[in-house]
Ligand binder design. Structure first.
Ligand code: NDP
Ligand code: GDR
Length: 372
């Protein structure tokens, strides 16, 4: 039985990857952070009671800022594969907390690689680094591929640039099997609520059910190449099964605007929108409503406005990946389209919004927040 260690197991990708590896028969270890509230919601459904024999999912307290903790966990687990998915992963937040982001996302990667070396696991342990399309930032070539020069545009991307190169360096210097997956945006119903797709699907579902009046957005002209997290974690595993370590771009090869994603999400709720005005004055007004998913919305309602608070000090305006290498070398093709993903996300968020609307109608408080 192979053993894997996942940092960031409580996040979107970590949860899908853990499911995937358990299905493949792995023993899966994950690092979770100590928090004052439970933070394992995304993996609770695969939780296995550690008191039973042969439990194959084990969680360890830890943090990417703590070398001794990482070294101890690696020594205990002796993993065949390490997936470094843990990160302060929000680009806008990285402008607010640049030093912490550098520590976790950049130096955290070094800490793990050094622990592998310190423990003499160079020949045993394969290492996956969660690199990102944000490395391309101010894009130098369209579409972006493995050879496209990087130009990071945020403290997050700069930290990830360090992580990318330190993984390459430890591969070259010490022969560690280390791979960078340069993943373009990928989403799912488990996406954090403050990333743009989830903010939209959750926000519009809440508006449809009368829980919130309006969605406040940043730069809706931004173009992204969105895929589904389930497709992307499969590829993370595939990368570590090759004979020799290599870096791969993982993307769909198609891009859409944030505005388009809003339009699709509204349409899933039976709401047709019209966008008028320019820049910070742009609004989305309801043109028509059909079906029973949006009882709280009527034609003429303004349900999206721009709030400059969500603009970033430096923006990545456009990202479009070229996944040819992954297709040709690994036979990977994404199976879920962005439209199918949007439908799934709206459907899941609508279930929650309906439950909350029911509770509210019966006098209970419900948590709604669209910050992001
Ligand atoms: P999430 O934000 O959903 O998950 C991040 C995970 O990292 C969470 O488990 C979080 O723990 C954990 N974490 C945060 N800080 C620390 C820390 N100091 N020490 C240990 N763990 C920590 O991200 P995703 O699942 O979406 O992304 C996974 C990885 O892939 C990240 O590295 C991200 O930067 C990268 N990436 C993501 C892309 C995407 O589109 N999703 C695209 C390209 C790269 P907690 O739950 O406690 O907050
Ligand atoms: P991104 O994802 O920055 O690409 O990083 P995010 O969903 O946050 O933003 C995508 C684009 O949408 C624009 N935008 C808004 N974004 C947010 N969060 N909230 C808003 O209200 C809003 N309005 C417009 C953004 O400006 C941006 O252009 C994600 C993360 O998962 C990273 O960890 C990962 O590395 C990259 O994807 C690839």
């Amino acid at each position: 039985m192979k053993t894997a260690l996942i940092t960031g197991i409580t996040g979107q990708d970590g949860s899908y990857l853990a499911e995937f590896l358990l299905e493949k028969g792995y023993e899966v270890h994950g690092i979770k952070r100590r928090a004052s509230l439970f933070n394992t919601q995304r993996v609770d459904h695969i939780y296995q009671d550690p008191h039973i024999d042969n439990a194959r999912l084990k969680l360890h307290y830890g943090d990417l800022t703590d070398s001794s903790n990482l070294t101890r966990i690696l020594q205990e687990v002796q993993p065949d594969e390490v997936y470094n998915l843990g990160a302060q992963s929000h680009v806008a937040v990285s402008f607010e907390a640049p030093e912490y982001t550098a520590d976790v996302d950049g130096i955290g990667t070094l800490r793990l690689l050094e622990a592998i070396r310190f423990l003499g696991l160079e020949q045993k342990t394969r290492f996956y680094q969660a690199s990102t399309s944000e490395l391309y930032g101010l894009v130098q070539e369209i579409p972006q591929r493995e050879t496209t020069p990087f130009w990071p545009r945020s403290p997050y991307a700069v930290a990830k640039l360090y992580a990318y190169w330190i993984a390459v360096n430890y591969r070259e210097a010490y022969g560690i099997y280390a791979c960078n997956g340069i993943l373009f945006n990928h989403e799912s119903p488990r996406r954090g609520e403050t990333f743009v797709t989830r903010k939209i699907t959750r926000g519009l579902a809440n508006i449809a059910q009368g829980l919130e009046p309006c969605l406040y957005m940043g730069n809706i002209d931004s173009l992204r190449d969105w895929g589904h997290a389930k497709d992307y974690v499969r590829m993370q595993w595939m990368m570590l099964q090759q004979e020799a370590p290599e870096d791969f771009v993982i993307a769909t090869g198609v891009q859409y605007s944030v505005r388009q994603f809003i339009t699709w999400s509204a349409a899933e709720l039976g709401v047709e929108l019209s966008f008028t005005g320019e820049g910070v004055e742009e609004i989305a007004t309801v043109v028509s409503v059909s079906g029973d998913k949006a009882p709280a919305v009527k034609p003429g309602d303004v349900i999206m406005r721009i709030d400059p608070r969500y603009f970033r000090p430096a923006e990545v305006e456009t990202l479009l990946g070229d996944p040819t290498k992954a297709k040709e070398k690994l036979g990977w093709v994404p199976e879920i389209t962005v439209q199918e993903m949007c439908k799934e996300m709206v459907s899941e968020d609508l279930k929650v919004a309906r439950r909350h609307a029911f509770l509210k109608a019966h006098g209970h408080d419900v948590p709604v927040s669209m910050e992001g």
